[in-house]
Design a protein around this ligand. Sequence first.
Ligand code: IMP
Length: 443
Amino acid sequence: MAYRSISISEFLITMANVIIMGAQWGDEGKGKIVDLLTEQADVVVRFQGGHNAGHTLVVEGKKYVLHLIPSGILHAKLCVIGNGVVLDPSALLQELQELDNHGISITGANFKISPITQLIMPYHRELDVAREKRKGKGKIGTTGRGIGPAYEDKVARRGIRLGDLYNRQIFEAKLQDNLAYHNFMLENFYNAGTFTMETIRDDYLRMADTIAPFVDDVPVILANAMDAGQAVLFEGAQGTMLDVDHGTYPFVTSSSVIAGGACSGAGVGPTRIHQVLGVAKAYTTRVGSGPFPTELTDAVGEHLFKVGQELGASTGRARRCGWFDAVVLRHAARVNGLTGLAITKLDVLDGIPSLKVCVAYNRNGRRLENMPSDPSILDVCEPIYEELPGWSEATSGIERMEDLPKNARDYLAFLESVTGVPTRIVSTGPDRKQTIILDNPFG
Ligand code: IMP
């Protein structure tokens, strides 16, 4: 296959409003890809999840870990948090402070939050932890940040939204109702600690003052930007296999991770999206419990873990590692309508003599090409692998496709053929510069 490497700006000429999202179980390296493409975008939007996400960026040798604020903030672009996010104000203020310590100034001009964003409250965190404890061995392995309980309150129509903090009467009434319900559950069902109204109220009202300059009408801001011809990047958190509907339920997060979630989670119509770029590692990782058909517990798994430095950016937990799974990727391609792939961490495979790619599953002698709708079936599935030769040369930092060893190019071409999605970006290291940007097949 003939490849031509191009510049970021040439690549972006063909892109307008783009969703960048995880095509596996999260931690695919989306932060770096978003950061890379943000250079040419005007607005960057988070549309789901909360501070359970952790995006590690290395810019000119300096490492940044962002949880809530879009990675675009390092480029002084307009950064937006949409209504699909669950917002923990204390986590936000801490992140703002850390960015300020790095000399990155955030004002109401470059950062906006939708007033209809749901808030994570202290009792959500307590519920999250208490619930996991109660589940014992069957726990989901959540990040313990209160994400699930906050989304539950949203759907139960009792959630407290950011805008409520600016109407004290409404806020107090909602908080009182919520506390009556959640304190009862915490005390009587979970045997956990309870909360008093006054402490939460005073804390949240104090934080509301600091957040006030950022509160704005996100759908209007985004529509105006798009009408003016600006490019908008939607920055996904987590990954497709953690989507509340299309992931390995119930071992998932509680938000709509998939591309469709960008529309509902930001207040943008699907007709305004032009590209959906899926980010996938050249192998697979997953944090927390749940099925993972290509998981490796041998020396190769150890290599991926060590060389890939597979420790969670948010919780520091060890990630489970395994071979690339094309069944997962084809599923992601379908439910997200992927128009391209960004393959990250190719260099982590350097030196592995032989590489395996799962192309289908074997379920009691039957070949499954597609992800089963009941993820518990995965427990009885064996991956069907195709084996490819590895490469001994270092690929770290390579910026042009033609400079990669032939076996690495063949490996990438194989991924393209078994996923059915063209590769548009290949990442060969954590820094912005360590990237191969390919021709846009739709250009
Ligand atoms: P929660 O989102 O904290 O409720 O966790 C639910 C599941 O999603 C757990 O398996 C977490 O490990 C996983 N998860 C949540 N956020 C991330 C992420 O940013 N990267 C990878 N896994 C995540």
